[in-house]
Design a protein around this ligand. Structure first.
Ligand code: HDL
Ligand code: ZN
Length: 411
Protein backbone atom coordinates (compact mmCIF):
# COMPACT_ATOMS: atom_id res chain seq x y z
CA UNK A 1 0.00 0.00 0.00
CA UNK A 2 1.31 3.49 -0.78
CA UNK A 3 1.18 6.25 1.86
CA UNK A 4 -2.15 7.63 0.62
CA UNK A 5 -3.72 4.14 0.56
CA UNK A 6 -2.46 3.58 4.11
CA UNK A 7 -3.94 6.85 5.33
CA UNK A 8 -7.27 6.07 3.66
CA UNK A 9 -7.32 2.56 5.16
CA UNK A 10 -6.60 3.89 8.67
CA UNK A 11 -9.33 6.52 8.36
CA UNK A 12 -11.90 4.02 7.06
CA UNK A 13 -11.08 1.30 9.62
CA UNK A 14 -11.08 3.77 12.53
CA UNK A 15 -14.36 5.25 11.31
CA UNK A 16 -15.98 1.82 10.86
CA UNK A 17 -14.90 0.29 14.16
CA UNK A 18 -17.50 0.36 16.97
CA UNK A 19 -15.43 1.40 19.98
CA UNK A 20 -15.82 0.35 23.63
CA UNK A 21 -15.75 3.51 25.78
CA UNK A 22 -14.04 2.18 28.89
CA UNK A 23 -14.60 5.08 31.34
CA UNK A 24 -17.63 7.37 31.43
CA UNK A 25 -20.03 8.95 33.93
CA UNK A 26 -23.05 7.89 31.89
CA UNK A 27 -25.80 5.71 33.34
CA UNK A 28 -27.99 2.98 31.87
CA UNK A 29 -31.62 4.25 31.81
CA UNK A 30 -32.75 1.44 34.17
CA UNK A 31 -30.88 3.28 36.95
CA UNK A 32 -33.47 6.04 36.72
CA UNK A 33 -33.18 9.76 35.94
CA UNK A 34 -29.60 10.17 37.22
CA UNK A 35 -28.06 10.22 33.75
CA UNK A 36 -27.36 13.67 32.32
CA UNK A 37 -28.35 14.46 28.70
CA UNK A 38 -29.69 17.30 26.53
CA UNK A 39 -28.55 20.80 25.63
CA UNK A 40 -28.76 22.48 29.06
CA UNK A 41 -26.65 19.73 30.66
CA UNK A 42 -24.16 19.92 27.76
CA UNK A 43 -23.75 23.68 28.19
CA UNK A 44 -23.49 23.59 32.01
CA UNK A 45 -20.77 20.83 31.91
CA UNK A 46 -18.28 21.67 34.65
CA UNK A 47 -15.49 22.19 32.08
CA UNK A 48 -17.57 25.07 30.63
CA UNK A 49 -18.46 26.45 34.07
CA UNK A 50 -14.72 26.87 34.73
CA UNK A 51 -14.33 28.67 31.41
CA UNK A 52 -17.35 30.93 32.10
CA UNK A 53 -15.72 32.53 35.13
CA UNK A 54 -12.77 33.63 33.00
CA UNK A 55 -14.98 35.55 30.59
CA UNK A 56 -17.83 36.79 32.78
CA UNK A 57 -17.75 38.89 35.99
CA UNK A 58 -20.31 36.69 37.77
CA UNK A 59 -19.01 34.97 40.91
CA UNK A 60 -19.34 31.19 41.35
CA UNK A 61 -21.66 31.78 44.32
CA UNK A 62 -23.96 33.93 42.20
CA UNK A 63 -23.81 31.43 39.31
CA UNK A 64 -24.59 28.37 41.45
CA UNK A 65 -27.62 30.15 42.93
CA UNK A 66 -29.17 30.35 39.44
CA UNK A 67 -31.45 27.75 37.85
CA UNK A 68 -30.11 25.29 35.26
CA UNK A 69 -31.64 27.05 32.22
CA UNK A 70 -30.48 30.49 33.36
CA UNK A 71 -26.98 29.05 33.91
CA UNK A 72 -27.02 27.58 30.39
CA UNK A 73 -28.27 30.86 28.90
CA UNK A 74 -25.40 32.75 30.59
CA UNK A 75 -22.74 30.26 29.46
CA UNK A 76 -24.18 30.18 25.94
CA UNK A 77 -24.16 33.98 25.66
CA UNK A 78 -20.70 34.36 27.22
CA UNK A 79 -18.76 31.51 25.56
CA UNK A 80 -20.71 30.93 22.33
CA UNK A 81 -22.14 34.35 21.32
CA UNK A 82 -20.00 37.09 22.90
CA UNK A 83 -16.90 34.94 22.34
CA UNK A 84 -16.05 32.34 19.72
CA UNK A 85 -16.31 28.68 20.92
CA UNK A 86 -12.70 27.82 20.12
CA UNK A 87 -11.81 25.90 23.32
CA UNK A 88 -12.02 22.08 23.29
CA UNK A 89 -15.10 21.93 25.51
CA UNK A 90 -17.02 24.75 23.79
CA UNK A 91 -16.30 23.38 20.31
CA UNK A 92 -17.63 20.05 21.55
CA UNK A 93 -21.10 21.50 22.15
CA UNK A 94 -21.03 23.01 18.66
CA UNK A 95 -20.11 19.58 17.21
CA UNK A 96 -23.03 17.91 19.02
CA UNK A 97 -25.55 20.52 17.79
CA UNK A 98 -24.14 20.14 14.27
CA UNK A 99 -24.40 16.33 14.45
CA UNK A 100 -28.17 16.71 15.00
CA UNK A 101 -28.50 19.43 12.34
CA UNK A 102 -29.33 22.06 14.95
CA UNK A 103 -28.30 25.74 14.82
CA UNK A 104 -24.80 26.18 16.27
CA UNK A 105 -25.30 29.85 17.12
CA UNK A 106 -28.13 32.25 17.90
CA UNK A 107 -31.07 31.06 19.99
CA UNK A 108 -31.22 27.78 21.95
CA UNK A 109 -34.98 27.51 21.40
CA UNK A 110 -34.83 24.94 18.59
CA UNK A 111 -32.19 22.85 20.35
CA UNK A 112 -34.21 22.79 23.56
CA UNK A 113 -37.33 21.73 21.66
CA UNK A 114 -35.40 18.99 19.86
CA UNK A 115 -33.91 17.43 23.00
CA UNK A 116 -37.24 17.75 24.84
CA UNK A 117 -38.82 15.67 22.08
CA UNK A 118 -36.33 12.80 22.39
CA UNK A 119 -37.21 9.47 24.00
CA UNK A 120 -34.15 8.52 26.06
CA UNK A 121 -33.74 4.86 25.12
CA UNK A 122 -33.89 5.55 21.36
CA UNK A 123 -31.82 8.70 21.88
CA UNK A 124 -29.04 6.61 23.47
CA UNK A 125 -29.01 4.31 20.43
CA UNK A 126 -28.86 7.33 18.11
CA UNK A 127 -26.09 9.01 20.13
CA UNK A 128 -23.98 5.83 20.33
CA UNK A 129 -24.37 5.33 16.57
CA UNK A 130 -23.30 8.95 15.88
CA UNK A 131 -20.35 8.52 18.26
CA UNK A 132 -19.30 5.16 16.81
CA UNK A 133 -19.38 3.33 20.15
CA UNK A 134 -21.38 0.22 21.05
CA UNK A 135 -20.63 -0.01 24.78
CA UNK A 136 -19.99 2.52 27.55
CA UNK A 137 -18.52 1.68 30.95
CA UNK A 138 -20.19 3.52 33.81
CA UNK A 139 -18.95 4.85 37.17
CA UNK A 140 -21.14 3.49 39.98
CA UNK A 141 -20.75 4.63 43.57
CA UNK A 142 -22.17 2.30 46.28
CA UNK A 143 -22.15 5.20 48.74
CA UNK A 144 -23.85 7.79 46.53
CA UNK A 145 -27.34 8.28 47.99
CA UNK A 146 -28.73 9.31 44.58
CA UNK A 147 -27.63 6.02 42.97
CA UNK A 148 -27.96 3.39 45.71
CA UNK A 149 -31.79 3.13 45.69
CA UNK A 150 -31.73 2.34 41.96
CA UNK A 151 -29.36 -0.60 42.55
CA UNK A 152 -31.38 -1.82 45.53
CA UNK A 153 -34.34 -2.12 43.11
CA UNK A 154 -32.39 -4.65 40.97
CA UNK A 155 -32.32 -2.66 37.71
CA UNK A 156 -32.48 -4.49 34.38
CA UNK A 157 -29.09 -4.98 32.75
CA UNK A 158 -28.43 -3.06 29.53
CA UNK A 159 -26.06 -4.57 26.95
CA UNK A 160 -24.92 -1.04 26.03
CA UNK A 161 -23.52 -0.41 29.52
CA UNK A 162 -21.13 -2.06 31.98
CA UNK A 163 -21.00 -1.27 35.69
CA UNK A 164 -17.88 -0.27 37.64
CA UNK A 165 -17.54 -0.25 41.42
CA UNK A 166 -16.14 3.17 42.35
CA UNK A 167 -14.11 3.31 45.57
CA UNK A 168 -13.33 7.00 46.18
CA UNK A 169 -15.53 7.36 49.26
CA UNK A 170 -13.99 4.26 50.85
CA UNK A 171 -10.34 4.87 49.93
CA UNK A 172 -10.19 8.69 49.98
CA UNK A 173 -13.00 9.76 52.35
CA UNK A 174 -13.16 7.00 54.95
CA UNK A 175 -13.40 9.55 57.80
CA UNK A 176 -16.65 10.88 56.28
CA UNK A 177 -18.12 7.50 55.33
CA UNK A 178 -17.13 4.78 57.87
CA UNK A 179 -20.28 5.52 59.90
CA UNK A 180 -22.48 4.90 56.85
CA UNK A 181 -21.11 1.34 56.73
CA UNK A 182 -21.48 1.00 60.51
CA UNK A 183 -25.15 1.99 60.26
CA UNK A 184 -25.56 -0.72 57.61
CA UNK A 185 -24.28 -3.31 60.10
CA UNK A 186 -20.61 -3.49 59.16
CA UNK A 187 -18.20 -3.74 62.09
CA UNK A 188 -15.88 -0.90 61.04
CA UNK A 189 -13.94 1.81 62.87
CA UNK A 190 -12.73 5.30 61.94
CA UNK A 191 -9.08 4.22 62.22
CA UNK A 192 -9.58 1.02 60.21
CA UNK A 193 -8.83 -1.17 63.25
CA UNK A 194 -10.44 -4.45 64.26
CA UNK A 195 -12.56 -6.10 61.57
CA UNK A 196 -12.66 -2.96 59.41
CA UNK A 197 -10.72 -4.38 56.46
CA UNK A 198 -12.62 -7.67 56.32
CA UNK A 199 -15.89 -5.79 56.73
CA UNK A 200 -14.99 -3.39 53.88
CA UNK A 201 -14.30 -6.48 51.78
CA UNK A 202 -17.72 -7.90 52.75
CA UNK A 203 -19.36 -4.58 51.80
CA UNK A 204 -17.57 -4.47 48.43
CA UNK A 205 -18.31 -8.13 47.79
CA UNK A 206 -22.02 -7.51 48.32
CA UNK A 207 -21.86 -4.65 45.79
CA UNK A 208 -19.96 -6.82 43.32
CA UNK A 209 -22.86 -9.29 43.52
CA UNK A 210 -25.35 -6.46 42.98
CA UNK A 211 -23.53 -4.52 40.22
CA UNK A 212 -21.44 -7.22 38.53
CA UNK A 213 -18.72 -4.61 37.83
CA UNK A 214 -16.21 -5.19 35.02
CA UNK A 215 -13.57 -3.51 37.17
CA UNK A 216 -13.22 -1.48 40.37
CA UNK A 217 -11.99 2.12 40.09
CA UNK A 218 -10.60 4.89 42.23
CA UNK A 219 -9.22 8.37 41.53
CA UNK A 220 -6.18 9.14 43.69
CA UNK A 221 -4.39 12.36 44.65
CA UNK A 222 -1.06 13.41 43.18
CA UNK A 223 0.38 12.60 46.62
CA UNK A 224 -0.68 8.94 46.40
CA UNK A 225 1.93 6.78 48.13
CA UNK A 226 2.40 3.03 48.50
CA UNK A 227 3.34 1.58 50.91
CA UNK A 228 1.85 3.93 53.48
CA UNK A 229 0.37 3.60 56.98
CA UNK A 230 -3.18 4.67 56.11
CA UNK A 231 -6.70 3.27 55.84
CA UNK A 232 -6.39 3.73 52.06
CA UNK A 233 -3.50 1.31 51.79
CA UNK A 234 -4.89 -1.03 54.47
CA UNK A 235 -8.15 -1.38 52.50
CA UNK A 236 -6.34 -1.66 49.17
CA UNK A 237 -4.13 -4.47 50.46
CA UNK A 238 -6.67 -6.31 52.66
CA UNK A 239 -9.97 -5.74 50.87
CA UNK A 240 -9.90 -4.27 47.35
CA UNK A 241 -7.00 -6.12 45.70
CA UNK A 242 -7.81 -9.56 47.18
CA UNK A 243 -11.44 -9.13 46.12
CA UNK A 244 -10.34 -8.07 42.60
CA UNK A 245 -8.29 -11.28 42.42
CA UNK A 246 -11.22 -13.37 43.73
CA UNK A 247 -13.57 -11.79 41.16
CA UNK A 248 -10.84 -11.78 38.49
CA UNK A 249 -11.36 -8.12 37.63
CA UNK A 250 -8.83 -5.26 37.35
CA UNK A 251 -8.49 -2.21 39.55
CA UNK A 252 -8.47 1.11 37.67
CA UNK A 253 -6.24 3.67 39.35
CA UNK A 254 -6.58 7.24 38.08
CA UNK A 255 -3.82 9.19 39.79
CA UNK A 256 -2.81 12.84 39.96
CA UNK A 257 -5.83 14.83 41.15
CA UNK A 258 -5.39 17.90 43.33
CA UNK A 259 -8.92 17.92 44.76
CA UNK A 260 -10.79 21.23 45.03
CA UNK A 261 -7.87 23.60 44.54
CA UNK A 262 -10.67 26.14 44.21
CA UNK A 263 -13.64 24.81 46.27
CA UNK A 264 -15.95 27.62 45.12
CA UNK A 265 -16.01 26.01 41.64
CA UNK A 266 -17.45 22.72 43.03
CA UNK A 267 -17.05 19.92 40.39
CA UNK A 268 -14.96 22.33 38.32
CA UNK A 269 -12.62 23.01 41.24
CA UNK A 270 -10.12 20.15 40.88
CA UNK A 271 -6.58 20.60 39.58
CA UNK A 272 -3.75 18.31 38.46
CA UNK A 273 -0.39 17.40 39.96
CA UNK A 274 2.62 15.24 39.04
CA UNK A 275 2.71 11.96 40.95
CA UNK A 276 5.58 9.84 42.25
CA UNK A 277 5.15 6.67 40.19
CA UNK A 278 7.30 4.62 42.53
CA UNK A 279 3.95 3.89 44.22
CA UNK A 280 2.73 2.34 40.95
CA UNK A 281 6.00 0.42 40.56
CA UNK A 282 5.71 -1.10 44.03
CA UNK A 283 2.00 -1.96 43.63
CA UNK A 284 2.59 -3.63 40.24
CA UNK A 285 5.39 -5.66 41.83
CA UNK A 286 3.71 -6.49 45.17
CA UNK A 287 0.40 -7.41 43.53
CA UNK A 288 1.66 -9.27 40.47
CA UNK A 289 -1.54 -11.33 40.33
CA UNK A 290 -3.68 -8.18 40.09
CA UNK A 291 -4.30 -6.31 36.85
CA UNK A 292 -4.27 -2.50 36.90
CA UNK A 293 -5.90 -0.18 34.41
CA UNK A 294 -4.00 3.06 34.89
CA UNK A 295 -4.49 6.66 33.78
CA UNK A 296 -2.51 9.63 35.10
CA UNK A 297 -3.61 13.25 35.18
CA UNK A 298 -0.23 14.94 34.76
CA UNK A 299 1.28 15.30 31.29
CA UNK A 300 4.68 15.06 32.97
CA UNK A 301 3.96 11.49 34.16
CA UNK A 302 3.05 10.05 30.75
CA UNK A 303 6.44 9.06 29.35
CA UNK A 304 7.50 7.29 32.55
CA UNK A 305 4.15 5.46 32.61
CA UNK A 306 5.07 4.00 29.21
CA UNK A 307 8.38 2.84 30.69
CA UNK A 308 6.61 1.23 33.64
CA UNK A 309 4.14 -0.47 31.30
CA UNK A 310 7.15 -2.04 29.53
CA UNK A 311 8.29 -3.41 32.90
CA UNK A 312 4.92 -4.67 34.13
CA UNK A 313 2.46 -6.42 31.79
CA UNK A 314 -0.19 -6.20 34.55
CA UNK A 315 -0.34 -2.43 33.92
CA UNK A 316 -2.70 -1.29 31.15
CA UNK A 317 -2.32 2.44 30.39
CA UNK A 318 -5.60 3.89 29.17
CA UNK A 319 -6.95 7.18 27.90
CA UNK A 320 -5.85 10.79 27.91
CA UNK A 321 -7.61 11.73 31.10
CA UNK A 322 -9.52 14.97 31.86
CA UNK A 323 -7.16 17.93 31.30
CA UNK A 324 -5.11 15.76 28.92
CA UNK A 325 -8.01 15.08 26.56
CA UNK A 326 -7.00 17.88 24.20
CA UNK A 327 -5.54 17.22 20.72
CA UNK A 328 -2.17 18.82 21.51
CA UNK A 329 -1.57 16.44 24.43
CA UNK A 330 -3.39 13.41 22.98
CA UNK A 331 -1.02 13.54 20.02
CA UNK A 332 2.14 13.50 22.15
CA UNK A 333 0.82 10.78 24.50
CA UNK A 334 -0.39 8.50 21.70
CA UNK A 335 2.85 8.79 19.74
CA UNK A 336 5.05 7.89 22.71
CA UNK A 337 2.73 5.03 23.69
CA UNK A 338 2.84 3.48 20.20
CA UNK A 339 6.63 3.93 20.06
CA UNK A 340 7.11 2.11 23.37
CA UNK A 341 4.07 -0.18 23.68
CA UNK A 342 3.01 -0.94 20.10
CA UNK A 343 -0.74 -1.71 20.17
CA UNK A 344 -0.70 -3.00 23.78
CA UNK A 345 -2.52 -0.05 25.39
CA UNK A 346 -5.97 1.59 25.29
CA UNK A 347 -5.60 5.00 23.59
CA UNK A 348 -8.72 6.75 24.81
CA UNK A 349 -11.88 6.90 26.87
CA UNK A 350 -14.39 9.74 26.71
CA UNK A 351 -14.98 10.41 30.43
CA UNK A 352 -18.34 11.70 29.18
CA UNK A 353 -20.55 13.06 31.94
CA UNK A 354 -23.39 14.13 29.62
CA UNK A 355 -24.64 11.52 27.12
CA UNK A 356 -24.17 13.45 23.86
CA UNK A 357 -20.54 14.32 24.72
CA UNK A 358 -19.51 10.93 23.35
CA UNK A 359 -20.33 12.31 19.89
CA UNK A 360 -17.69 15.03 19.99
CA UNK A 361 -15.18 13.25 22.21
CA UNK A 362 -14.96 10.26 19.85
CA UNK A 363 -15.06 12.50 16.75
CA UNK A 364 -12.05 14.33 18.18
CA UNK A 365 -10.27 11.06 18.97
CA UNK A 366 -10.72 9.71 15.44
CA UNK A 367 -9.66 13.06 13.91
CA UNK A 368 -6.55 13.34 16.12
CA UNK A 369 -5.47 9.70 15.92
CA UNK A 370 -5.97 9.10 12.17
CA UNK A 371 -2.80 10.96 11.10
CA UNK A 372 -0.82 9.48 14.00
CA UNK A 373 -1.82 5.89 13.21
CA UNK A 374 -1.41 6.51 9.47
CA UNK A 375 2.08 7.92 10.07
CA UNK A 376 2.94 4.87 12.19
CA UNK A 377 2.05 2.44 9.40
CA UNK A 378 3.55 4.65 6.68
CA UNK A 379 6.88 4.77 8.54
CA UNK A 380 6.82 0.98 8.89
CA UNK A 381 6.23 0.68 5.12
CA UNK A 382 9.11 3.09 4.44
CA UNK A 383 11.34 0.82 6.52
CA UNK A 384 10.33 -2.20 4.48
CA UNK A 385 7.49 -3.51 6.66
CA UNK A 386 4.48 -5.20 5.06
CA UNK A 387 1.39 -3.08 5.78
CA UNK A 388 -2.00 -4.54 4.85
CA UNK A 389 -5.53 -3.35 5.53
CA UNK A 390 -6.06 -6.50 7.63
CA UNK A 391 -3.07 -5.60 9.81
CA UNK A 392 -4.34 -2.04 10.21
CA UNK A 393 -7.84 -3.31 11.14
CA UNK A 394 -6.39 -5.88 13.57
CA UNK A 395 -4.22 -3.35 15.43
CA UNK A 396 -6.92 -0.66 15.62
CA UNK A 397 -9.41 -3.27 16.85
CA UNK A 398 -6.95 -4.41 19.51
CA UNK A 399 -6.39 -0.85 20.79
CA UNK A 400 -10.06 0.16 20.90
CA UNK A 401 -11.73 -3.18 21.76
CA UNK A 402 -9.46 -6.19 22.14
CA UNK A 403 -7.22 -4.90 24.91
CA UNK A 404 -10.27 -4.08 27.04
CA UNK A 405 -12.02 -7.39 26.22
CA UNK A 406 -8.90 -9.43 27.02
CA UNK A 407 -7.59 -7.45 30.02
CA UNK A 408 -11.00 -6.88 31.57
CA UNK A 409 -13.88 -8.88 30.18
CA UNK A 410 -12.75 -12.28 29.11
CA UNK A 411 -10.27 -13.36 31.81
O1 HDL B 1 -12.70 11.11 38.79
C1 HDL B 1 -13.01 11.01 37.60
O2 HDL B 1 -13.54 9.98 37.10
C2 HDL B 1 -12.79 12.23 36.73
O3 HDL B 1 -12.99 11.88 35.38
C3 HDL B 1 -13.76 13.30 37.16
O4 HDL B 1 -15.07 12.80 37.01
C4 HDL B 1 -13.59 14.62 36.43
O5 HDL B 1 -14.42 15.57 37.08
C5 HDL B 1 -14.05 14.57 34.99
O6 HDL B 1 -15.22 14.73 34.71
N1 HDL B 1 -13.09 14.42 34.09
O7 HDL B 1 -13.41 14.44 32.76
ZN1 ZN C 1 -14.05 10.19 35.10
Amino acid sequence: MNPEQIRAAVQEELQALPIIDIHTHLFQPSLGPIGLWGIDELITYHYLEAELFRSCPITPTQYFSMGKQAQADLIWKTLFIDNTPISEATRGVVAVLNAFGLPTSGSLTEARAFFASRKLDQHIDDVFRLAGIDQAVMTNDPLDPTEVPAWEANPATDKRFHAVLRLDRILNKWAQHWEVLKEQGYDVAADGSGNSASEVRRFLSKWCDKMNPVYMAVSLPDTFAYPEDSTRILFLREAVLPLCRERNIPLSTMIGVRYLVNPTLKLAGDGAGKSDLRAVERMALDFGDNRFLISLLSRENQHELCVYARKFANLMPFGCWWFLNNPSVVEEMTRERIEMLGASFIPQHSDARVLEQVIYKWRNTRRTLTPILAGTFQTLAEDGGIVTRDAIRRDITRMFRGNFENFVLSR
